[in-house]
Ligand binder design. Structure first.
Ligand code: FES
Length: 563
């Protein structure tokens, strides 16, 4: 049991009288000495009316509480910041570290012996895992589950892969505004997070692989009653995890991160997971190099056929056996001896798992692709790395040379992308500068740059696009992201000009701009940084302390081993 619990509520007397006041105020809330003798389980609650993906979390928390009481614990729900992807401006990523700090400090400050972390929508899962890792108390992640896939006009729609596709269809005049509004009514069919393999589904899946969630957590649909029963099981489990004194540091080991990366590659997961895994590993005091992702990508086949890299949705992955079945199929590549939050090993947890649909989870011997979904690029345009989701890119563009068409920032892009005067051809390369951690700021999901209207009208639906931003895990296309160092701090991306030749070679993992060293030096000498976008408050703290994408965009003062 943690010191904080015994110090604040159990000690009969202390010099400041806190034992008495803590007990008295708990008794004022209706709890008695029997409750006060139990381990206290904090439930980090990210429910919020501005976060649709978490709208069912109150019911989920009640189920967790039932489980905690059943196992002899005392549940205490507490609120945290909640980051809903679609309502938060300028981007949720600006606030991931703020939520991580909120969670860390509250987990540490309150008399919890352990915590259940309730999160789903993209940034909430890594933020709570980062906070819990730094706080060092026993913790289990319970995600809220994916939405049910929706139907429209005989099509099955997946959010938000189809939000983007159908928006492009509207811009290209392929569907009417009335149809677009019908889609808007249909696409969010139930509670839950996006039902393709976007960042939320990806983070839920790799959390299972890390050993920080109960087996099966990621894929049970949000409205399925099995999720409520899972929540009860999590409530019971956290009490056991507290008794066994299993901390995140014992679970989130180097080998567990390898397992998580293997799963990321096998499911065609979100590029965002790279940034989050690097940040989470940093909280454990370990630098996770981008090269590790590439090494494991080259030796992990893509086996899960879920959009945007495949054709199914999370519902079908659940029918196929969920992440335990994926782990079972990947067994020869995994460290099965890793400890999980149950106290059992990963191998023991997946012993009975089986693949129930071979069209969704392919055999290792007959994968969808021999390599994993993501690749790391290097070159004079990205000396500290860049990322591409090759599984969701156009194969004919993976080895491509084209003329740069440069946009100075998002505003410049929005002003010119649909202009009939834009000088752009299908084999050009779109470059978007100044949308990284400091440039945007907050490294928003602006990297899946909208296709120029004049090319859409010609039927062109993909081209090479490069930026220092991120993109949604639900997006697809030949999109190169997280270019590092970013343009706003003078990275080479800032020096590219219209007409420069860009050379992309994904099989050989290179990304270069074909200009001479002398020309580079001349442009660098003339480059000047833009004024800072924030001069006070959290924004100022962010600008002064955020790390680059290859370091996970954590704050420099938060990196380091958990307690
Ligand atoms: Fe929350 Fe997609 S908007 S997961």
């Amino acid at each position: 049991m943690s010191d904080s619990f015994s110090r604040s509520t159990r000690g009969a007397v202390d010099a400041r009288g806190w034992g008495l006041t803590m007990r008295a105020w708990s008794k004022a809330s209706g709890f008695d000495d029997i409750d006060l003798a139990k381990p206290i389980v904090g439930i980090a609650q990210t429910w919020s009316e501005v976060n649709h993906c978490h709208i069912h979390f109150r019911e989920l928390a009640e189920a967790v509480k039932r489980g905690v009481w059943q196992a002899g614990g005392w549940p205490m729900e507490f609120p945290t910041i909640s980051l809903g992807e679609f309502h938060t401006r300028p981007t949720t990523m600006l606030f991931r570290n703020l939520l991580a700090m909120d969670a860390e400090e509250m987990i540490r400050a309150q008399p919890f012996d352990g915590v259940v972390l309730l999160a789903s929508c993209d940034k909430n899962v890594p933020a709570l895992l980062m906070g819990a890792a730094s706080a060092g108390k026993p913790a289990i992640m319970l995600t809220g589950g994916p939405m049910l896939a929706s139907k429209w006009n005989g099509q099955t729609l997946g959010a938000c892969t189809d939000c983007r596709r159908l928006t492009e269809d509207l811009r290209a005049g392929k569907i009417s505004l009335d149809q677009y509004r019908e889609i808007e009514d249909a696409i969010g069919r139930s509670t839950g997070h996006c039902m393709v393999m976007g960042t939320a589904s990806t983070m839920a899946s790799i959390t299972e692989a890390l050993g920080m969630a109960l087996p099966g957590t990621a894929a049970i649909p949000a409205p399925d009653s099995r999720r409520l029963r899972l929540a009860e099981a999590v409530g019971r489990q956290i009490v056991e995890t507290i008794k066994k004194e299993i901390t995140p540091a014992q679970v989130m080991t180097e080998k567990a991160f390898d397992n998580a990366i293997r799963v990321l590659m096998a499911i065609g997961g979100s590029t965002n997971a790279i940034v989050h895994l690097v940040a989470m590993s940093g909280r454990m005091g370990r630098k996770l190099a981008l090269e590790r992702f590439d090494e494991l990508s080259r030796t992990t086949p893509l086996i899960v056929d879920v959009r945007p890299s495949g054709k199914f949705h999370m519902e079908e992955l659940f029918e196929a056996g969920g992440i335990p079945a994926v782990l079972k199929e990947l067994s020869p590549l995994l460290h099965l001896d890793c400890l999980t939050i149950t106290g059992r090993t990963l191998g023991e947890e997946i012993e009975k798992a089986e693949v129930k649909r071979r069209d969704v989870i392919h055999p290792l011997s007959e994968p969808m692709a021999k390599e994993g979904g993501l690749a790391i690029l290097r070159g004079n345009l990205c000396p500290r790395g860049a990322v591409i989701k090759q599984s969701a890119a156009s194969p004919h563009l993976l080895n491509h040379t084209g003329r740069a068409v440069v946009f100075l920032n998002q505003e410049d892009l929005e002003n010119r992308i649909d202009s009939p005067d834009l000088d752009v051809r299908p084999d050009d390369v779109l470059i978007l500068q100044n949308v990284g951690p400091i440039g945007a700021p907050g490294i928003p999901e602006w990297g899946s740059i909208a296709m120029p209207r004049k090319l859409l009208d010609q039927g062109v639906r993909d081209m090479v696009r490069i930026s220092d931003a991120r993109m949604s895990g639900t997006a697809s296309g030949t999109v190169i992201l997280h270019v590092c160092p970013e343009a706003a701090i003078g990275g080479p991306l800032a020096l590219v000009r219209d007409g420069d030749l860009i050379e992309l070679d994904v099989p050989n993992r290179t990304l270069n701009v074909k200009i001479s060293d002398a020309e580079f030096a001349e442009r660098r000498a003339a480059w000047k940084p833009a004024p800072a976008k924030y001069s006070r408050g959290y924004g100022k703290l962010f600008l002064e302390h955020v790390n680059q994408a290859d370091e996970g965009c954590d704050f420099d003062f938060l990196v380091g081993a958990g307690l």
